[in-house]
Design a protein around this ligand. Structure first.
Ligand code: NAI
Length: 387
């Protein structure tokens, strides 16, 4: 899949050079209008999928590049052994050009739109100018507006921090990632940070709803409204307003620099909070939190959209170990647990999750990145034994 994308790069570069702005569509043009009048009992991003006649949910599977197929196989084997009511629909997301624009193949789009949910392995982005990240294309195609990143210490894997349990929700569609950049004069460029009330409200409402759903009844916005008075100021004003619809959730806000200092000093006071923030802050802070628990190899994530949601490991395609059976599938597995929870299959999620944590805590059959010697399939077999 990755090789095909490299071949397609020339055409791709032409597209991005000719019409860079066409790739960006502000969030407020992508979705039906959501206003403050939204009743608080209307669930944002509710899973709409139904079981099929065989009693199973169909889930789109994007195996991805590099180690993607290997770690996806582990997920499939463990789900099958756990009798999870899931059947997989594998799709290829190698991009195509439609009317001169980079697009996801229609079969893949149809599959995700039909199933409302997908599990995704890592997708490699060629290094160099002109390549659009396929991950960004997927986010834009399905308007995945909230990126949920929990980071929880894993028993058996020692890091300098114990008892970490952070949850961070990042606005995923605008802010500094809007892609609006231009040269003013030679040597002077401008990059525009776009914040809209609509996209802010959507992610904030989701954060409060998430807090309620998981019983973590404190929401904190992280911002820099002291400097970016208008953009972050708008985000904060929307938060104040949305908070009124969730009277049982305690709401406050904190400056980004304070949050960074406090989290690396002692992350445990954040164990009862859901942090929500604009795009760039969320990108950086979530990787920092991943570092507290041992890195990206153990960190799951969810990309939540109004219609569809895509669950993925945070790490990349690890080309250095691809095809060698050395990859750790834990992050993709934990992402698939978030997916089961999103689908309401909490019992299956708990059963599999307990087996994963037991296997890691035993420490006998763990992969090289965690200091063990097990191959990917041996680790998956150990999880299956612990089910
Ligand atoms: P990477 O995350 O693929 O690898 C960094 C290091 O971590 C490597 O040494 C790798 O072997 C190790 N590693 C990563 N995942 C592992 C796992 N599950 N088990 C054991 N070891 C693991 O980051 P890198 O090298 O910067 O990116 C490689 C490619 O992946 C690039 O093309 C990049 O664009 C893409 N990427 C895709 C992402 C996605 O699809 N969400 C996220 C990050 C990068």
């Amino acid at each position: 899949m990755f090789a095909n994308r490299c071949l397609a790069a020339t055409a791709w570069q032409q597209v991005t050079r000719q019409a860079p702005r066409q790739l960006f569509k502000p969030a407020f043009t992508q979705t039906p209008s959501r206003t403050y009048a939204t009743p608080s009992n209307e669930k944002v991003a509710k899973f709409k999928g139904q079981k099929e006649s065989d009693g199973k949910y169909c889930v789109t599977l994007i195996e991805g590049d590099g180690i993607g197929p290997e770690i996806s196989q582990s997920v499939k084997d463990i789900f099958s052994a756990a009798n999870a009511p899931i059947k997989w629909e594998s799709v290829d997301v190698t991009p195509i050009l439609v009317d001169g624009k980079t697009s996801i193949p229609p079969e893949a789009i149809q599959s995700v739109n039909k199933n409302y949910v997908a599990l995704k392995g890592p997708l490699a982005t060629p290094v160099g100018k002109g390549h659009v990240s396929l991950n960004l294309t997927l986010r834009r195609t399905f308007n995945l507006f909230a990126n949920v990143r929990p980071c929880k210490s894993i028993a058996g894997y020692k890091t300098p921090y114990d008892g970490v349990d952070t949850v961070l929700i990042r606005e995923n569609t605008e802010g500094e990632y809007s892609g609006i950049e231009h040269v003013v004069v030679d040597g002077v460029v401008q990059s525009i940070k776009l914040i809209t009330r609509e996209a802010s409200e959507r992610v904030l409402r989701y954060a409060f709803q998430y807090a309620q759903d998981v019983g973590r009844l404190k929401v904190r916005t992280v911002h820099k409204a002291t400097i970016m008075k208008m953009s972050d100021g708008l985000f904060l004003r929307v938060a104040d307003r949305v908070a009124k619809d969730f009277p049982n959730v305690v709401y406050d806000s904190e400056l980004l620099d304070n949050t960074c200092l406090k989290v690396v000093t002692d992350p445990t006071p954040y164990n009862d909070k859901v942090l929500v923030m604009p795009n760039l802050y969320g990108d950086i802070l979530s990787d920092m939190c991943a570092g507290l628990i041992g890195g990206l190899g153990l960190t799951p994530s969810a990309n939540i959209g109004d219609e569809c949601s895509i669950f993925e490991a945070v790490h990349g395609s690890a080309p250095d170990i691809a095809g060698k059976g050395l990859a750790n599938p834990t992050a993709l597995l934990l992402s698939s647990m978030m997916m089961l929870q999103h689908m309401g299959l909490t019992e299956h999620a708990e059963k599999i999750q307990n087996a994963i944590f037991k296997t890691l805590a035993e420490g006998k059959t763990i992969t090289g990145d965690l200091g063990g010697k097990a191959k990917t399939h041996e680790y998956a077999d150990a999880v299956i034994k612990n089910l």
